[in-house]
Design a protein around this ligand. Structure first.
Ligand SMILES: Cc1cc2nc3c(=O)[nH]c(=O)nc-3n(C[C@H](O)[C@H](O)[C@H](O)COP(=O)(O)OP(=O)(O)OC[C@H]3O[C@@H](n4cnc5c(N)ncnc54)[C@H](O)[C@@H]3O)c2cc1C
Length: 463
């Protein structure tokens, strides 16, 4: 499908649809919206429009569809696979102005929001209600971007990912039609589940204009522990037994020794430089959590744990989680001359150790690259951050081969090419291997919703 660039008449018409200060063609705004947090090549939009209402989104899409102009949604631009890069130029729709919390319905455990709300700010606004929205990707992501990428995070092992919290959506379709999908009931068996078709669709089937999210109750008590091990294998084995024990931890994060060294060096921690697990538990009483902690300690010691620290306070926990979320920045600080990718795969629980060892051993064989391993171990998710100098062609070839081999091993183990960062540009190459014949059905669904291919073109499907 051929898409057009914007002409003068297009600018004139589109600019008439919104207030003047919400139609930006200045160089700095276009540049800001030309790349996400990945190293994928930038793609500059021709205009960034900041809609304020669903009707404005509909009017823009209706026109763009008639004129075959590309439209790419933009939340906070924190993606790691090039998901919001406007590779074909055209219109970027930024939801920075649609950032209002519309209604907090405490009795229903629900909240209605616009897509530009930052999830951390939403949780801050909820702090007096005893409720929260659990998915936590760490970056300052928006609800629209999280829905489009089906984001998850440290607490997914217990609370699930974004898809588990989306009840109802107001969607604007490619032709400008506004539809409501889902409902506010706790359960429903009515019709096809269109809500979950849109979740994870990376802005390619429609634009999220409003969402009703389910909230979870904040547990009365929380406990945190840090355990370190002689090897990553021991740490990974401990994770498997912790999950199997049925104590339902709220987070189990694994950091290999090289990550701990960075945290000590740049964040003044004094942790033993060994593979480390950070475990968070939520429960109704201190007694319950004391019992859970004891089980976690016993399992850890059986797997060779060198040191088990429990009784961390909230401030220590926040510092640790902040450093864990900030590992990408610490790696950048340690290697400012490098560029890097995050290999993000997930596998079934029983294969986690095998996957981890496979990825690490391959990476360690490569002299041209640096590699850091960490991940949301509780849900089988591994992040391997691999980098090399920008001009090191041999290094980039090695990274590409490593990426291929790690992803294909994850698929062979029954896992996925992308645990949580989405497909975007970076993971398109693995879609056929992962989905086989069902990829054709994804393409048919795309054509049904967006026959002219205007929504976030150049993503998800192999070239
Ligand atoms: C340091 C760091 C750590 C991270 N850790 C995690 C992690 O632990 N877990 C995780 O899941 N992710 C993680 N991420 C990735 C990223 O934060 C998430 O994918 C997040 O959901 C992206 O949200 P965003 O608002 O930045 O969306 P963007 O990056 O702006 O956009 C993401 C996608 O959503 C589409 N989109 C945006 N708004 C809409 C809308 N209203 N309607 C339809 N489509 C829309 C875009 O076109 C794009 O395809 C991390 C990123 C960084 C930089």
């Amino acid at each position: 499908m051929t898409l057009n660039h914007l002409g003068e008449e297009d600018h004139r018409h589109l600019a008439s649809l919104v207030a003047a200060d919400r139609y930006a063609t200045g160089e700095s705004v276009l540049r800001t919206h030309s790349r996400d947090q990945s190293r994928h090549r930038a793609g500059k939009p021709e205009v960034v429009i900041f809609p304020d209402t669903k009707e404005e989104i509909a009017a823009i899409l209706r026109y763009a569809n008639e004129r075959r102009l590309p439209v790419t949604g933009w939340g906070a631009g924190s993606s790691l696979e090039g998901n919001p890069i406007p590779v074909c130029g055209g219109i970027v729709l930024s939801f920075a102005r649609m950032n209002r919390i519309l209604n907090i319905r405490e009795e229903d455990f629900q909240i209605d929001v616009q897509p530009g709300v930052i999830y951390k700010e939403m949780n801050h606004a909820l702090r007096h209600t005893g409720l929260f929205f659990p998915p936590d990707p760490g970056a300052a992501a928006t609800i629209g971007g999280m829905i489009a990428n089906n984001a998850s995070g440290t607490r997914t092992v217990r609370y699930g990912s974004t898809k588990d919290y989306v009840q109802r959506l107001t969607m604007v379709l490619a032709g400008g039609e506004i539809i409501e999908v889902g409902n506010r009931a706790a359960k429903s068996s009515s019709g096809y589940d269109l809500v979950h078709l849109f979740v994870g669709s990376e802005g390619m089937l429609g634009i999220v204009a409003e969402a009703t999210l389910r909230l979870a109750a904040i547990q009365e008590e929380m406990a945190w522990a840090v355990a370190n091990f002689p090897t990553v294998t021991d740490a990974a084995q401990a994770v498997m037994y912790i999950i199997r024990s049925g104590i339902d931890p709220a987070a189990v994060e694994l950091m290999a020794s090289e990550c701990i060294e960075l945290m000590n060096r740049f964040k003044n921690f004094n942790l033993a430089p060994a593979p480390t697990l950070f475990i968070e538990m939520h429960g109704p009483t201190k007694r319950h959590l004391a019992e859970c902690t004891q089980i976690v300690e016993e399992i850890s010691r059986e797997e060779g744990c060198l040191e088990f620290r429990q009784g961390l306070d909230r401030a220590e926990r926040d510092r640790l989680i902040e450093a864990r979320h900030g590992l990408a920045e610490l790696i950048q600080q340690a290697h400012p001359e490098q560029s890097r990718i995050v290999i993000d795969v997930a596998v079934p629980a029983a294969s986690y150790t095998e996957m981890l060892l496979f990825a690490r051993e391959l990476a360690q064989r490569e002299e041209e690259i640096t590699a850091y391993t960490f991940g949301h171990a509780g849900d089988g998710n591994i992040h391997l951050v691999v980098g090399t100098r920008r001009d090191n062609h041999a290094g980039w070839r090695a990274i590409d081969t490593l990426n291929q081999r790690v992803v294909h091993r994850a698929l062979a183990l029954g896992g996925t090419a992308t645990g949580e960062h989405g497909v975007g540009i970076g993971k398109r190459q693995f879609m056929a291997a992962e989905h086989g014949a069902s990829l054709e059905w994804m393409k048919k669904i795309k054509t049904l919703f967006d026959p002219n291919g205007i929504l976030n073109p150049g993503k998800m499907f192999p070239e």
